[in-house]
Structures are given as structure tokens and as C-alpha cells.
Design a protein around this ligand. Structure first.
Ligand code: C2E
Ligand code: MG
Ligand code: MG
Ligand code: MG
Length: 288
């Protein structure tokens, strides 16, 4: 936190901290207004089957279209929303938009969303999420959530309850940013994960030197040992892609395939490649 304990135990603020605090309060107010004015929008990053090069789905990434600050990345507003109990409301509205967008996509494509550790503390979260799927009519079998290792050490009991009931409904669970946190092997084994996402910091090191490659290899064999398929995030170069393909069959995502794009750009992309729902001519999905 921005607080420091002074010599005699009192809290004190440096001028810079005061400025930071004022900015944070301002930001919090702006985020509240932004939620009320519906300024938060889903962007979509392509997820690819690295072996075939085929598009298999999208990860939804939140953006704030702020008239004041421009297009803002989640690293700025998610932590503030988490501290002020705004995250649930914000996430619900983003997921609802994403589910409605994804209904126009080819029924083979999946939608993946990030869930905050704060949301994973709420035992009612599973019901709320399932309700959104019913409300929008989106098939659970095409829906995935991504949780981080932080969720596991903060609230393992409710994580277990939530992931178990979501899994029972056919929703897939990924462990995001894998390798950057503190998940134990026991937790990996005992929670109903479907997939590990290797953090992009490891993928970035992959082609740097021997050590970087060995680390990714170790993570890959861990995933294989646990019977968990792997997604590599942050693939930026053809070199990294080749290195990954030589290690196994993964899904992947990253700037090599494209930046996250808004709903209408995503829709155009799908229309161009024949992966819109209407173009594919599959109005009835036949999904249970
Ligand atoms: P994440 O889930 O690990 O998402 C991947 C991040 O890496 C995204 O940043 C994405 O734009 C970026 N990225 C993708 N490919 C590359 C690449 O090749 N190189 C580099 N350098 N970066 C790449 P973004 O969109 O800024 O999101 C940051 C984080 O914010 C996400 O990390 C996720 O933890 C969180 N986040 C995003 N949307 C939501 C949301 O709706 N709810 C919650 N709770 N968290 C969210
Ligand atoms: Mg993610
Ligand atoms: Mg990640
Ligand atoms: Mg990340």
C-alpha cells in the first residue's frame, strides 16, 4: 500500500503519496461514473490451435472507453474496481456483453473470460454466472473461465465450491498466468482444472537462452503429468511459435496473431474468414 509506518509508529504521507491518493480517489469516481454511463467494453483476443493455425476461440479482455482518459487497459481499473466492490457489477456487465457478442460467432468458437480473486470469494458467484448463461442462451460447453493462482491462496474453499459447480454445468476452468503464483501440485490435482495457461513472461524467455527453454519444457511436462492441456500466452514472434510447436501440441495466443479487437472488428474478422454464425449457416447449434 501507499502507506508507510513512521519512526514512532504513526502513518504519514509524503507529498507524492498524497497526490497518488488523490489520483486514486479521482480514478475511483471516474470508474463509478464510467460504469453508470456504460463506458466499459469487451475486447477479444484470438486463441489459436498452434498445430493447425486454426482459430478456436477468443479471450475477452476488458477495456475502458473513457472520454477523459482514452482507451484504458485493465491493469489500471481492475485493481481499483477490486478494492471498491465494483468488480462484480463491472464483470457482470462485461460478461453479458461478451456472451451476446459471442452468440453471433461460429458455434465451434469458445469464449473465455477472466475472473477476479474477489469474485471467487463469493460463494454465490457460480449461480450468478450460470444465470447469465441462461439469460443470454449461450451454451456452457463453449464457455471458459480463467482464474489466477492468487485466487487459490486467498480462498481455496470457495474456489473449490465454485469451480466444481461450474464444471458440473460443462463450463471449462483454466489456470491463468501459470508459474507466476503459488499453486501447489496438490491444488492443481485436486481442483477441477481443464487447462493451464503458461504466463507470457515464460514464453518471452523461451527463445532467449537455454534456461528459458528449459523452464518452459518443465512447465509443459508438469502439465502433461497432470493431464492438463496447455495454452501459451504472449506469442510475439514466429521463432517463439516454432519453439513451442517443437515442445508439443498447444493452444496459443499473442500479438503474432493479432492484438485484442473490439466487438465489431472481431465480427468483421469472422465474416471475412467464414466464421460468423450466419455465414457458417448453422443457426441451430445442436449443443445440449
Ligand atoms: P491476462 O488474462 O493474462 O491477459 C493477457 C494479457 O496479455 C492481455 O493484456 C493481452 O492484451 C496481453 N497480451 C496478449 N498477447 C500479448 C503479446 O503477444 N505480448 C504482450 N506483451 N502482451 C500480450 P490486457 O488486456 O492489458 O489485460 C491484462 C490483465 O487484466 C489480464 O491478463 C487479466 O488478468 C486482466 N483482465 C482483463 N480483463 C479482465 C476482466 O474482465 N476481469 C478481470 N478480473 N480481469 C481482467
Ligand atoms: Mg487471461
Ligand atoms: Mg494470462
Ligand atoms: Mg497476465
Amino acid at each position: 500500500q501507499a502507506k508507510k509506518r513512521g519512526r514512532n509508529g504513526y502513518f504519514w504521507f509524503e507529498p507524492a503519496m498524497e497526490t497518488e491518493l488523490r489520483f486514486r480517489n479521482e480514478l475511483e469516481g471516474a470508474i463509478r461514473r464510467g460504469i453508470a454511463l456504460d463506458e466499459f467494453v469487451p475486447y477479444y483476443e484470438q486463441q489459436i490451435d498452434l498445430r493447425t493455425g486454426e482459430l478456436v476461440g477468443f479471450e475477452m479482455l476488458a477495456r475502458w472507453n473513457s472520454p477523459e482518459y482514452g482507451l484504458v487497459n485493465p491493469d489500471v481499473f481492475i485493481p481499483v474496481a477490486e478494492e471498491n466492490e465494483l468488480i462484480s457489477e463491472l464483470s457482470e456487465s462485461l460478461i453479458r456483453k461478451a456472451l451476446n457478442d459471442a452468440k453471433d460467432w461460429d458455434p465451434r468458437l469458445t469464449l473465455s473470460v477472466n475472473i477476479s480473486p474477489v469474485q471467487m470469494r463469493n460463494p454465490l458467484f457460480a449461480q450468478q454466472l450460470l444465470h447469465l448463461l441462461v439469460e443470454t442462451g449461450f451454451p456452457p460447453s463453449r464457455f471458459e473461465i480463467e482464474i489466477t493462482e492468487t485466487s487459490l491462496h486467498e480462498n481455496l474453499a470457495s474456489v473449490r465450491t465454485i469451480t466444481t459447480s461450474l464444471k458440473n454445468q460443462g463450463i471449462k476452468i483454466s489456470l491463468d498466468d501459470f508459474g507466476t503464483g503459488y499453486a501447489s501440485l496438490a491444488q492443481l490435482r485436486n481442483l477441477p482444472f481443464d487447462r493451464l495457461k503458461i504466463d507470457r513472461s515464460f514464453v518471452a524467455e523461451l527463445t532467449n537462452d537455454e534456461k528459458g527453454a528449459e523452464l518452459v519444457e518443465a512447465i509443459v511436462s508438469l502439465g502433461q503429468g497432470l493431464n492438463l492441456p496447455i495454452t501459451a500466452e504472449g506469442i510475439e514472434t514466429a521463432e517463439a511459435l516454432e519453439a513451442l510447436k517443437s515442445l508439443g501440441q498447444f493452444k496459443g495466443q499473442g500479438y503474432l496473431y493479432g492484438r485484442p479487437e473490439d466487438a465489431s472488428t472481431t465480427k468483421e474478422r469472422l465474416a471475412r474468414t467464414g466464421l460468423s454464425k450466419s455465414v457458417a449457416g448453422t443457426e441451430t447449434t445442436g449443443q445440449a
